[in-house]
Ligand binder design. Structure first.
Ligand code: SAM
Length: 517
């Protein structure tokens, strides 16, 4: 295997579980004896498996905050007040995003210290290659030559939207590079690395932080939590999630009352005021340090032999997982395909769009019954989307109805949309039974509009003329060292199949309405 170009831990032995275990013991990291660190089936890293049945409520791991690696705990001296002069072209980076970049810098510094770092036993256990995040696919040193081809396959997918979101947050590849350019010279020379490290070293550290850091508390903000970061993610069947007492003092990190605290009128320090009596006693009476850890508990029973999954975030779909964590899980969770208002309107923005929360109507819409698919489903978080179930959201339907008919009066809209949703479902059921569908002219116009919206999205995808089977063949014939392309193709294939099958339902409905004559 070729050496990674970042030059970190060069010449060190490969990741060792024994060294990691010794380091975890030395730093007070408690692990459940029912857990083993094992190789992932595809050899792409490590994960956790239960070696016995684990009861609900059992602690899986407890990591003292003194062992977590954050910008606060790292040995990287505070940087001089930096005039970062980041030309983010008017973008407003959220504090959190800058926090990620600073943690990546701290991690890079610890890597540069090598065996002299307090975290060496942990650092040596981390993947030695950068995680293949799409933001790095354009960068040959991280993703190889195939990265660019893989990026092309993300065109028109939800992942492209996720990447735009990262860009708007100040975390595009250009932003990350610029940050390192402005900060690299502030990294102190170390015995192993007297000279500054190349950009690829920072991108490697960034990829690790972005895929392994957890939000901890007001002091550390985000941190790497040794051992907790060995659990893989599941959107549908997680066993646990990470918890932390996050209401610590933001100045010194103390969980117990400290000299920086302000006392509330009830005589309790403000930041602990929301806690119940039991929790307060746990923190203030049980002695310093108790509870000052991050922990994971089994939130349901875990059977012997099962892989133990964490939840990195609720209900995440593959596009988000790919962009944030560099993998595609194919659990078909998340919001399916989404649209923004400005992608949908045919007309110039007249400012007339009415603001209606359709969730109330969704509650009143009769359930189609377990046997029957629905054409139009409920609206979660007011999303304009095509759900994984193949239903378009009521919000999307109502938006297209409004845009097609030009109807803007909220009361009329509510009545008309409610009527139409019910009628379309009846027509769809009749169509599924092979009968004609009796659609009104307005219903026909809205149904055509929906097909048009699906077609437009499909048309934005790379090689939209390729049949799905060819894409499957293409993906399955790719050599094993083209992981970015395989992931991108899997994502685009799954999104295309969802769009195409939903489109077919509406086309069938339109066809069935022709049978009327
Ligand atoms: C917090 S780490 C989990 C431990 C990691 N597998 C390792 O080898 O150290 C997160 C990374 O694990 C991988 N990962 C997490 N969940 C996964 C899953 N369900 N399937 C495949 N890879 C996953 C991704 O590469 C992700 O960036």
């Amino acid at each position: 295997m070729s050496m990674p170009s970042h030059g970190l831990l060069e010449g060190h032995p490969p990741p060792s579980r024994e060294l990691l275990a010794q380091w975890l013991d030395a730093h007070g990291v408690i692990r459940n004896d029912g857990l083993d660190v094992i190789d992932m089936e595809d050899g792409s890293g490590w994960t956790i498996r239960a070696n016995r049945d684990i009861e609900m409520g059992e602690a899986l791991c407890q990591i003292p905050k003194s062992a977590v690696l954050s910008s606060r705990s790292s040995s990287l001296p505070p940087l001089p007040v930096l005039n970062l002069q980041l030309d983010l072209s008017g973008k407003k980076p959220e504090t959190n995003n800058h926090t990620i970049l600073f943690l990546a810098l701290a991690l890079l510094h610890e890597f540069r210290l090598g065996a002299e770092s307090k975290w060496y036993g942990y650092l040596q256990s981390l993947p030695r290659e950068p995680v293949l995040l799409p933001v790095l696919w354009e960068e040959e040193s991280s993703a190889g030559q195939g990265g660019r081809i893989a990026s092309g396959w993300l065109k028109g997918t939800e992942a492209e939207k996720e990447l735009r979101r990262k860009d708007a947050e100040g975390l595009s590849l250009g932003d990350i590079r610029q940050f390192y350019l402005a900060t690299a010279q502030h990294l102190p020379p170390t015995t192993c690395h007297p000279a500054p490290s190349p950009e690829s070293a920072f991108l490697y550290a960034y990829s690790l932080v972005s895929t392994r850091a957890f939000i901890i508390d007001l002091y550390h903000i985000i941190a790497l939590c040794p051992f907790a970061d060995l659990f893989n993610h599941s959107s549908l069947n997680p066993h646990s999630s990470l918890t932390s007492d996050d209401f610590v003092c933001h100045i010194c990190g103390s969980l117990t009352p400290c000299s920086h605290d302000v006392i509330s009128t009830s005589g309790v320090v403000m930041r602990l005021d929301h806690l119940g009596d039991w929790e307060l006693r746990r923190i203030t009476e049980d002695g310093k340090g108790i509870g000052d850890c991050v922990e994971m508990r089994a939130e349901r029973e875990i059977a012997k032999g099962e892989e133990v999954y964490n939840c990195y975030g609720e209900g995440m779909g593959d596009a988000r997982l790919l962009v944030e964590w560099g993998f595609v899980g194919e659990e078909f969770a998340g919001d399916g395909i989404t649209w923004d208002v400005d992608e949908l309107s045919l007309k110039e923005d007249t400012g007339e769009t009415v603001d209606i929360d359709w969730s109330e109507l969704a509650e009143k819409t009769p359930d189609a019954g377990e046997e029957t698919e629905r054409l139009i489903g409920s609206s979660k978080d007011r999303l304009l989307n095509l759900a994984q179930s193949g239903e378009i959201s009521l919000e999307l339907f109502a938006h297209l109805f409004e845009d097609t008919t030009g109807m803007h009066d909220p009361k009329t809209l509510l009545t008309e949309v409610a009527k139409m949703v019910e009628h379309l479902q009846i027509a769809w059921m009749s169509c599924q039974d092979g009968n004609s569908a009796n659609l009104t002219d307005t219903e026909l116009a809205v149904a055509r509009r929906i097909v048009h919206v699906f077609d437009t999205r499909l048309g934005q995808m790379r090689r939209s003329d390729f049949p799905l089977e060819e894409l499957f063949e293409l993906r399955d014939s790719l050599p094993s060292d083209t992981r970015c392309q395989q992931m991108a193709l899997t994502l685009t294939i799954n999104e295309r199949s969802l769009l195409q099958s939903a489109r077919q339902k509406w086309v069938d409905l339109l066809e069935a309405s022709k049978l009327r004559a």
